[in-house]
Design a binder for this molecule. Structure first.
Ligand code: PEP
Ligand code: MG
Length: 576
């Protein structure tokens, strides 16, 4: 039995056999062929292309039914590779010239493509490498007549073990066949980890040597809450985890029993508990888990995995749907936040040394007003269909807020000129996720209708820790005194100016930390939908007075570890 420590990405326990991904190497012999074999080999290649196309379309259909159309669109890029004339013609002409088996030739051409693309300083082309590799493997498998082993085709429930998982891999998972996953790289707030939470799949990321230490078929226990993977557990450990699994089920049921009740503290203070979503079709999950609104709608996912840009009408329809479905509950739409670890190929952005510090979010939108205003007009138009609010990401100071509001004003005028209606009182908030914004929260509060603390970024920027890098994950401490002091300053400044303040980073959904945030006076908590019942249960079990005492004590510690230990002990006491 060995234990691998990683980073807790999505809670829950899963027990099952390891399914290692990405290690599927084919041994391809180099075989000379005769002239008469050439047409046979070409036919083999063409049939493999057709079969691959069929497989991808079937996979798309299933994903579309399981998770929605946008996730299914991820595979459009794969279909494009299949239609790449240059690639196909190169294989056929080399086949004729070199007179070697098509599997060997195809593999060589594939290698050449990947190596050429890797050298180009262009994010769009770089992103295509994963697609080429992915489809290339499928084609090769079909030339060789091997069984498909995609994630969507798994027969038994397994625990996926991979060096890294792309968003498209994660989207292809569904709970039916993937019981859990473990990756070598990635941080707690990386895109993959956030997706795992919304899929409710227990996951451990950044388990550095997982793919080396775990063998295909090994029995695994994934403890997504502690960030631990146990390989080949002994009877006793297995037994205790089976018991813990049952207990967890019981606890989850207890949490679920309060999901439709309001989040009111024991001493009668109502707290807003909202959900974070990436796609409109997550709305049913929000309702199912008792979400009272949407505190963060990450709209950049709308731009992902597609070749064209969404039109104003596309945006409008999506926002209208979410506004209507959630009405009368509030929906906070966050304007485009591209950059960092979220690359959007359509914009063909130049490569940057430090993308998280670079041309990101509101900075990009202010520089590209035509793209920004298109989204703003759509949000304004949709605002008549429900209780919409909007907020800007990555505001670093008052001037950016003013510039964004100026473009919003232009968007309003443009709609008025066309005789289109919108909610004149639409609330406009600023995300506070850059330390300079946190330290000038008193100034920003004069001109923002509300604040939403983006703790994922606020922590990364204030502690200088890349949120997606597992090497420095030990320094990524939400309970660090510096972070708590910044949050306290933001909340106090907002309240002095009489505006509400919420948090939509992962920290808001961590029960022990939420206890401190409650005590600091946070008005609204937004989190992945599945965490809502637990947070409601917690808030209904504690008084605001007690939480204030906890927050005060927490601010007195000098290290994040002390704060964490203290908060966890308090949480245990409260939840018994
Ligand atoms: C955050 O930074 O906390 C946040 C909610 O935004 P994102 O994770 O999309 O950067
Ligand atoms: Mg952010």
């Amino acid at each position: 039995m060995i234990q691998i420590k990683g980073i807790a990405a999505a809670g829950g326990i899963s027990i099952g056999a390891a399914y290692k991904m990405g290690k599927e190497e084919f041994i391809i012999p180099k075989v000379a062929i005769s002239d008469s074999d050439i047409p046979v080999q070409i036919q083999l290649f063409e049939e493999a292309l057709i079969r691959t196309r069929r497989e991808i379309i079937a996979l798309q259909k299933r994903i579309s039914a399981d998770m929605g159309q946008e996730e299914a669109q991820i595979f459009d890029a794969h279909l494009l590779v299949l239609e790449d004339r240059m690639l196909i013609e190169e294989v056929i002409s080399r086949l004729k010239k070199d007179r070697l088996n098509v599997a060997f030739i195809f593999q060589e051409v594939l290698k050449k493509y990947v190596s050429v693309f890797s050298k180009i300083e262009d994010e769009y082309l770089k992103e295509r490498i994963a697609d080429i590799n992915d489809v290339g493997k499928r084609i090769l498998r079909n030339i060789l007549g091997k069984e498909t082993k995609g994630l969507g085709d798994l027969k038994a429930r397994v625990i996926v073990v991979a060096h890294d998982l792309s968003p498209s891999d994660t989207a292809a998972m569904h709970k039916r066949n993937v019981a859990g996953f473990v990756t070598d790289i990635g941080g707690k707030t990386s895109h993959t980890a956030i997706m795992a939470k919304s899929l409710e799949i227990p996951a451990v990321v950044g388990a550095e040597e997982a793919t080396i230490r775990i063998n295909q078929g090994d029995m695994l226990i994934v403890d997504g809450a502690l960030g631990i993977v146990i390989v080949d557990p002994d009877e006793e450990t297995l037994e205790s985890y089976h018991t813990a699994e049952l207990k967890l089920k019981g606890v989850t049921e207890k949490f679920l029993s309060v999901k439709d009740l309001p989040a009111v503290t024991v001493d009668g203070n109502k707290i807003e508990i909202n959900a974070n979503i990436e796609f409109p079709d997550e709305v049913p999950a929000v309702k199912l888990h008792g979400g009272e609104g949407i505190g963060l709608y990450r709209t950049e996912f709308f731009y992902m995995n597609r070749k064209d840009l969404p039109t104003e009408e596309d945006h409008y329809q999506a926002y209208k749907y979410v506004a209507e479905e959630m009405n009368p509950y509030p929906v906070i739409i966050r304007t485009l936040d591209l950059g960092g670890d979220k690359f959007l190929s359509q914009f063909q952005l130049p490569h940057e040394m430090h993308p998280f510090l670079g041309w990101r979010a509101i900075r990009f939108c202010l520089a590209r007003p035509e793209i920004f205003k298109l989204q703003l007009r759509a949000i304004l138009r949709a605002s008549v269909h429900g209780n919409l609010k909007l907020m800007y990401p990555m505001i670093s100071g008052i001037e950016e807020l003013r510039q964004a509001n100026k473009l919003l004003e232009d968007a309003r005028s443009e709609l008025k000129a066309k005789g289109m209606s919108f909610d004149e009182d639409l609330q406009v908030g600023a995300m506070i996720e850059v330390p300079s914004a946190a330290m000038t929260a008193d100034i920003l509060a004069q001109e923002a209708d509300f604040f939403s603390i983006g703790s994922n970024d606020l922590i990364q920027y204030s502690l200088a820790v890349d949120r997606a890098n597992e090497k420095v994950a030990y320094l990524y401490e939400p309970a660090h005194p510096a972070v708590l002091r910044l949050i306290k300053y933001i909340i106090d400044s907002a309240h002095k100016a009489d505006i509400n303040v919420g948090m939509c980073g992962e920290m808001a959904g961590e029960p022990s930390l939420a206890l401190i945030l409650l005590g600091l006076g946070l008005d609204e908590f937004s989190m992945p939908p599945q965490v809502i019942p637990e947070l409601k249960f917690l808030i209904r079990s504690v008084s605001l007075k007690e939480a204030k005492g906890i927050a005060e004590e927490a601010l007195g510690f000098s290290t994040g570890t002390q704060v964490e230990e203290f908060a966890r002990a308090k949480l245990r006491e409260i939840l018994k």
